[in-house]
Design a protein around this ligand. Structure first.
Ligand code: FES
Length: 117
């Protein structure tokens, strides 16, 4: 990435987002989580209830890996360090609104998983 692209990403992050191929859907078994690296960021991809959901694999509280947390049926992942929960659709933490995880749109095309980052 050139310096101009880096500046554009910093100033207008949504303008430079793109769909990144993170592998075949077969590598995301149902009821599992997989950590992938997307444009230099670790992202936890949860496959639960027939849906894929992606969130940065760094807890916004103190940095624990959310991919090692517990996924609840209500669509929240519980951090393994201090038990805060994060909504996989919004990234919001119901226990403390000051902490929000970064979530990423996901999609499947022709049997492959893509994350918009
Ligand atoms: S590091 Fe995740 S809740 Fe504290």
């Amino acid at each position: 990435m050139g310096w101009l692209s880096a500046v554009a990403r910093a100033v207008l992050p949504s303008a430079t987002r793109e769909w990144v191929d993170v592998g075949p859907l077969d590598e995301y078994p149902a009821e599992s989580v997989r950590c992938v690296r997307v444009r230099g960021v670790d992202v936890a991809v949860f496959h639960a209830d027939g849906r894929l959901a992606a969130i940065a694999d760094v807890c916004p509280h103190m940095g624990a890996a959310l991919s090692e947390g517990v996924l609840h049926g209500d669509g929240h992942v519980q951090c393994p360090a201090h038990d805060m929960r994060f909504d996989l659709r919004t990234g919001r933490c119901p226990e403390s609104p000051m902490y929000t995880g970064r979530v990423y749109p996901t999609r499947v095309r022709r049997g492959r998983v893509f994350i918009r980052s």
